[in-house]
Design a protein around this ligand. Sequence first.
Ligand SMILES: Cc1cc2nc3c(=O)[nH]c(=O)nc-3n(C[C@H](O)[C@H](O)[C@H](O)COP(=O)(O)O)c2cc1C
Length: 307
Amino acid sequence: MSAVDLSVSVGDLKFKNPLIGASGTFGYGLEFASLYDLSQIGGFVTKGLSLRPREGNPPHRIAESSSGMINSIGLNNIGVEVFLREKLPQLTQIDTHIIVNVYGQDPEDFVAVARELKGVKGISALEVNVSCPNVDKGGLDLGTEPIQVQKLLERISKACDKPLWAKLTPNVTSIVEIAQAAADGGAQALSLINSVKATAVDLRSKSPILSRVYGGLSGPAIKPIALAKVLEVAMKMEIPIVGMGGISTGEDVLEFLLCGAHAVQIGTQNFVRSDAMWTIKKELELGLERFGSDTIGSWVRGLSVFS
Ligand SMILES: Cc1cc2nc3c(=O)[nH]c(=O)nc-3n(C[C@H](O)[C@H](O)[C@H](O)COP(=O)(O)O)c2cc1C
C-alpha cells in the first residue's frame, strides 16, 4: 500500500488516481482485464461508440512515425446496443470509472447515442468526441466551429443524465474559443487533446501510406503540443481538464497536472507496453515520494505561471 494519496476529482467524480485509459487505445476495457487489476486505475474510456456498428476505414489505417503513430481507424466500433448488451455487464463488475466515448456522423446521431445511454447504471460520464480528425463527415467540422460545438453539447445535455466531457481537437487556431463554447453548451470537463492532423508518405510508390491520406498523430511526439493546449485553456478557464497526448511516464503525468490537468489519459503508450497504466502508476508514486509530496492534488495548476 502506497503512502502517497493519488486521489483526484474531475467535477463531482472522485478518482482513486488520475490515470484513465484513453479512448481507442483501451478497447472496451475487458481486453486489459487479464493483464492487471483494472480496479487499480482511475478509470478508462471506451472506444468511440456510434449508434450503429462501424467497420471503419479500409487499410492501411496505421503508420509509424518518429516518437509516435498516425492512425486513421475511422471509428471502427461495435455500436452502442452491442456494447450495452455484451460488454457493460462485465465492465460494471470492475470497481473503477467507466467513461463512454460518444461519436456521431452528425448531431442527430450523437444525441441518439446519448439517449441510449440515459438511465444506464455503471457509466460515470460521457466523453463526446467532437474532434475526430479522420472521418470525412461530421467530426472535424463540428469540433472546429464554436457555435456548432455549443449547440451539440446543449442538445446532448438535454438528452442525457450523465456528466459530459467534451473531447477537443488541437487542430484549431484558438482552442480556448472551442473550450469556452463546450463549457457554455454544458460540458462539465474537457478532454484535451485528440490526435494532431498528420500524414505519412511512401517514397517508393510516391503515395500516401494511409488509405484516407490524413490521420491523427499520437504518442510522445505530441506531448509538448498537448501540454501547451492544456495550459492555454487552464490559464483562461476554471473548468476541470483531463489532459492527454504522449504520456509515457509518471513524470509526464506530473507535467500535465502542473499545466492545469486534474486527471490524465494514457493512450498510445498502451500499445508500447500493455501494462503501461500499471507501470506509470508505480512511477507516479515513486516520483511523488522523490519530490517529497504525499498528495497529488497540490500539483494541479502548480506551474509558476499560475501564481
Ligand atoms: C488507434 C487510436 C484510436 C483512437 N480512437 C479514438 C476514439 O475512438 N475516440 C476518441 O475520442 N479518441 C480516439 N483516439 C485518440 C486518443 O484517445 C488520444 O486522444 C490521443 O491518441 C492522444 O493521446 P496519446 O498520445 O496518449 O495516444 C485514438 C487514438 C489512437 C492512437
